[in-house]
Write a protein that binds this ligand. Structure first.
Ligand SMILES: C[S@@+](CC[C@H](N)C(=O)[O-])C[C@H]1O[C@@H](n2cnc3c(N)ncnc32)[C@H](O)[C@@H]1O
Length: 222
């Protein structure tokens, strides 16, 4: 069934891709796969676990915080942050991802602190503002970051944490081919490109670190 909440062909393609592989994606976190695949994940996808730890470290004691997770997927960050005491809203355009997220929130006993919204972030209508916004594993699937960054800037009171796949690496090239075959476009960024986009959207970069294939950036709204 086509995804009904997206407007462009490319968004449709990306939402459909993530909807179809939602369970497989979440298995990277649960390790619910054969032992060899688990070992390969721990080796080749190490930065997926590292970026999770980075966000939890940056969020610190999140009690009382109101946080938005853009492209929240299966809700791993939403639930992780809710378990640290935050009120968290996850936004994603793949319904199956949100179903897994809601299930996880129930299982972990934090459903009362988690909310999920089915939308392309570009079209999400809200008057809410958040102490912190995160967008992790998201920019890989965005052809033109600025319009979505401008939406995120309007949502952000203070801090924005983002992880961007690094351009010009061997793994970037391999991923481009793999995802092209799977029917999902993918995009990569240099650090100057990331800094330029963030600045144009109204953020100041406070800290940057490279974790595996990623630029992980803490910025603040100015
Ligand atoms: C690689 S998953 C990452 C999920 C989660 N952030 C994580 O790291 O575990 C990317 C997610 O972004 C979502 N996504 C991509 N573009 C989006 C958009 N424009 N609006 C809302 N969700 C989007 C996809 O549906 C998918 O669930």
């Amino acid at each position: 069934m086509p995804i009904s909440n997206v407007k462009t062909d490319e968004s449709q393609q990306i939402a459909q891709y993530w909807n179809d592989i939602a369970n497989d994606f979440d298995a990277i976190y649960t390790g619910n796969k054969n032992p060899l695949a688990r070992i390969l994940d721990r080796w080749l996808r190490r930065d997926i676990y590292q970026r999770f730890d980075w966000v939890m470290r940056e969020a610190g004691d999140a009690r009382g915080m109101n946080i938005c997770d853009v492209g929240c997927g299966s809700g791993r960050f939403v639930v992780g942050l809710a378990k640290r005491g935050a009120q968290v809203t996850g936004v994603d355009f793949a319904p199956e991802m949100l179903r897994l997220g809601a299930q996880l929130a129930e299982k972990e006993g934090v459903a009362d602190r988690c909310k999920y919204e089915l939308s392309d972030i570009l079209d999400w209508k809200t008057n809410e503002k958040f102490d912190m916004v995160i967008a992790i594993g998201f920019w890989d699937y965005v052809a033109d970051p600025l319009p979505r960054l401008q939406v995120i800037r309007r949502l952000t009171k203070t801090t924005f944490l983002s992880a961007w796949p690094r351009a010009a690496t061997l793994r970037a090239w391999i991923r481009t081919v793999r995802l092209k075959v799977a029917g999902c476009p993918v995009y990569f960024y240099t650090l100057p490109q990331v800094e330029d986009c963030l600045q144009r959207a109204g953020f100041r970069v406070e800290a940057h670190e490279i974790l595996g294939q990623l630029h992980c950036v803490r910025s603040v709204a100015v």
